[in-house]
Design a protein. Sequence first.
Length: 95
Amino acid sequence: MHSRQRRAIQTPAALLEIRPLHADEAHLVVEYFHDASDEDLARMGVVDRKNLPPAEAWDTKLRATIASPLATASSFYFAWLVDGQVATQSAIPQR
């Protein structure tokens, strides 16, 4: 996938899309973890909620990462959309 392309597929039930997460959507990543139950955090490998970065600092750092050129970014973030609405997000670390 080119660095800034959107991919979509129409299913009988919905239009599914994946695209790069926008910097102004960084809060979605932060909220995903900060709003998760302790059980969900444990399932994701977060042993203690206290290990999460403070929300505001994390949002600031993610915005910078998302806005960085791909060659220098530490991770690449995706938005997953259903019928044009962001349903979730994911990230792939870059090496």
